[in-house]
Design a protein around this ligand. Structure first.
Ligand SMILES: [Zn+2]
Length: 272
């Protein structure tokens, strides 16, 4: 293939994904697999051609900011290496002051310009195939949580937003992770009772208020989660307001424990 033709194929691939996602009523892994083999594989960050779907260019790979030890044993907040707290098994000041309702929370990436770009592309439909790249990251970040989970449960998207977006990004991550780990996915265990305002510009207290009583577990599902260890999945952990609220209702419904696994996490310096 000469360079011009290669470039044209690449451009057509770029233009086709939004169209495919628009006319495909729900996410269908098989259709995606077929399309993935037809269209040229592109890096999910730079758009450069790569060998296969889900791969990233070396340049994009280097720009990813993975969260690693040392981190808070409970919430996963990363400690600075020069911090006196930077020992394994320690908990951060925020967890010390106010223990979270969940057991553990872990995220693969720091939410920064690069991960935001990946997640927005994934959320808004034209990069659903990026989910395959997320798997090794989530398996690594969540290995201890996944080892003791009975169910994978996504944070739900309100059905109106679901209609607009056509799929729940947390649900999609959950389905793929379930396939990787063989841990059953329980997709509709939590229901949103109302549409909440987009939380982007809200502070911690406003987020907590916005999300309060926004979720419910239908009576028919309560028996199934009784005494089970749940791994709750979302794309971004921001203030923890959403996952805390979901955790509380899962525990109230009888779950033995809830831990959180997200693709990225907003890291703001903590005040002691
Ligand atoms: Zn913590």
């Amino acid at each position: 293939m000469d360079l011009n033709r290669k470039e044209m194929t690449r451009e057509s691939g770029r233009a086709l994904w939004p169209v495919i996602n628009r006319y495909m009523p729900t996410f269908n892994p098989l259709i995606h697999k077929i399309i993935d083999t037809i269209l040229p594989a592109r890096c999910i960050v730079t758009g450069d051609l790569v060998d296969r779907q889900g791969m990233m260019s070396p340049e994009a790979w280097r720009s990813l900011n993975f969260i690693a030890e040392p981190q808070c044993y409970r919430c996963g907040f990363p400690f600075d290496f020069d911090d006196g707290n930077a020992k394994e098994g320690n908990i951060c000041a925020a967890c010390h002051k106010n223990a979270p309702p969940y057991m553990y929370a872990r995220s693969a990436l720091v939410y920064d310009d690069v991960s935001r770009h990946i997640i927005l592309g994934f959320k808004h439909g034209d990069q659903t195939h990026a989910v395959t790249s997320f798997m090794p990251w989530l398996l690594r970040a969540g290995d201890e949580i996944l080892a003791q989970s009975d169910y994978l449960v996504p944070v739900p998207l309100h059905r109106w937003r679901m209609v607009r977006r056509r799929y729940n990004q947390a649900g999609l991550i959950t389905q793929f992770l379930s396939k990787e780990t063989k841990i059953p996915a329980f997709l509709d265990v939590i229901k949103r009772t109302r549409a909440t305002v987009t939380q982007g510009h809200l502070n911690v207290t406003e987020r907590q208020r916005n999300i309060k009583n926004a979720f419910v577990i239908p009576d028919g599902h309560k028996d199934k989660i009784k005494n089970k260890n749940i791994c709750l999945i979302d794309d971004v952990y921001t203030t923890g307001a959403t996952v805390n609220e979901c955790t509380k209702i899962l525990l109230k419904a009888g779950a033995a424990s809830v831990s959180i696994l997200t693709l990225a996490r907003v890291i703001k310096p903590q005040r002691a």
